[in-house]
Design a protein around this ligand. Structure first.
Ligand SMILES: *[C@@H]1O[C@H](CO)[C@@H](O)[C@H](O)[C@H]1NC(C)=O
Ligand SMILES: *[C@@H]1O[C@H](CO)[C@@H](O)[C@H](O)[C@H]1NC(C)=O
Length: 361
């Protein structure tokens, strides 16, 4: 089934006249359409989408800048991506005919001014909130979502001069796609390892997180963003790291997945509220939770043979840590859903892209 891509205005017009409706981002954001093509992709979040920022941060430990990470990326090149090949953001860029958004930390002052096609602010181990002290001892330094947004604010200052008028710059930003994947670290390690936890229960904590996320989306709106694609949190209780380290009678760790579900319910409401309250916006929720759930339920339908094991050999040798440097990973990478014990494989990233941007094969 093919959707016809239309620009935002005619989308709403047609929607109102109920002749035509399509809520897929590829329709609304016209990834590959000469009439209203998106000019840039700005990506925010954690290790699922980080394309190498952490390696430029002094003292960061979660850098993933060695083989086998990147073994299928441009002929075998580690970049800081946490997977074997391209990420969902790379697939969006390819389909939009744009370069892969470079990590913001890799750009010089001049490059920041001349990079008009999008930037990646993602930082592995980051979350919606700042890292709690105990977790910070392990990962040392990351760009929190707040810092990522601060960097984006600086980017807007660098870019502004490249446009003839403030209107044309505003148009650039309002046509650009803003992509978010965050929250998993807040709901997993940040919650579990926070020794100074001030929240009486997980429900209150999750409510706090959702409010913080809402504020940050509003902040980005204030900086010019209008087209948002926001992913919900995947069932991280199914990550190989947990399946191999914690006893469980169900197929995944349900107490962890429950946290994701609670957060996702609030997130969905927040996006509806934001779309109503922030003028001129489109918010697309990409249901990553459902995608992982589907893949775990019927792996073969999605081309997977293994959805429970890491493809690489990790440093501990028991699927609890990151890949060991220089160790050959599994050969059947395309049929593994996970590349390391925490992160999806390139095949899974591709499926993510296809699910979220449905009319693209
Ligand atoms: C965009 O669409 C055109 C025409 O359908 C196609 O030839 C081209 O390969 C597409 N570009 C990308 C990057 O997918
Ligand atoms: C995995 O291996 C590491 C290193 O040998 C060990 O410290 C850890 O307890 C092991 N974890 C499990 C769940 O077996």
């Amino acid at each position: 089934m093919a959707f016809i891509c239309v620009d935002v205005l005619s989308f709403f017009f047609l929607f109102l006249s109920s002749v035509y409706s399509c809520s897929q981002p590829s329709c609304i954001f016209a990834l590959n359409n000469s009439v209203s093509k998106i000019p840039a992709i700005y990506a925010f979040g954690d290790s699922y989408i980080d394309s190498g920022n952490n390696k430029f941060i002094d003292g960061a430990t979660a850098t993933f800048n060695y083989l086998p990470y990147g073994i299928d990326f441009q002929g075998g090149r580690p970049t800081g991506r946490t997977t074997n090949g391209r990420t969902v953001v790379d697939f969006i860029a390819e389909s939009a005919g744009l370069p892969f958004p470079p990590p913001v930390k890799s750009l010089s002052k001049d490059q920041l001014k001349s990079t008009l096609t999008g930037i990646n602010y993602g930082s592995s181990s980051s979350g919606i909130r700042r890292m709690p002290p105990h977790t910070a001892q392990i990962f040392v330094k990351v760009l929190s979502l707040k810092e990522q947004i601060k960097l984006f604010e600086q980017t807007t200052k660098s870019l502004k001069g490249q446009f003839e008028t403030s209107e044309s710059f505003a148009l650039h930003l309002s046509n650009s796609l803003f992509f978010f994947h965050t929250g998993t670290n807040d709901l997993s390690v940040y919650w579990e390892l926070d020794e100074e936890n001030r929240f009486p229960n997980v429900e209150k904590y999750i409510r706090y997180l959702s409010k913080e996320f809402k504020k940050k989306l509003e902040k980005i709106y204030g900086l010019g963003a209008r087209k948002f694609v926001v992913n919900n949190v995947s069932p991280f209780g199914c990550h190989p790291v947990y399946l191999h380290s914690k006893p469980h009678s169900t197929s995944c760790l349900e107490d962890k997945n429950r946290r994701a579900v609670l957060f996702n319910d609030l997130l969905s409401d927040i996006l509806t509220v934001l779309e109503k309250s922030l003028k001129g916006t489109t918010f697309i929720l990409c249901d990553l939770y459902k995608l992982f759930e589907d893949v775990h339920a019927l792996p073969e339908t999605y081309g997977f043979r293994n959805v429970v094991d890491s493809c690489c050999i990790d440093v501990a040798g028991n699927q609890t840590r990151e890949c060991a440097p220089g160790r050959a990973p599994c050969a059947d990478r395309t049929t593994h859903a996970y590349f390391d014990p925490f992160h999806p494989s390139e095949s899974m990233h591709k499926l993510w892209f296809q699910r979220c941007f449905k009319d693209i094969k």
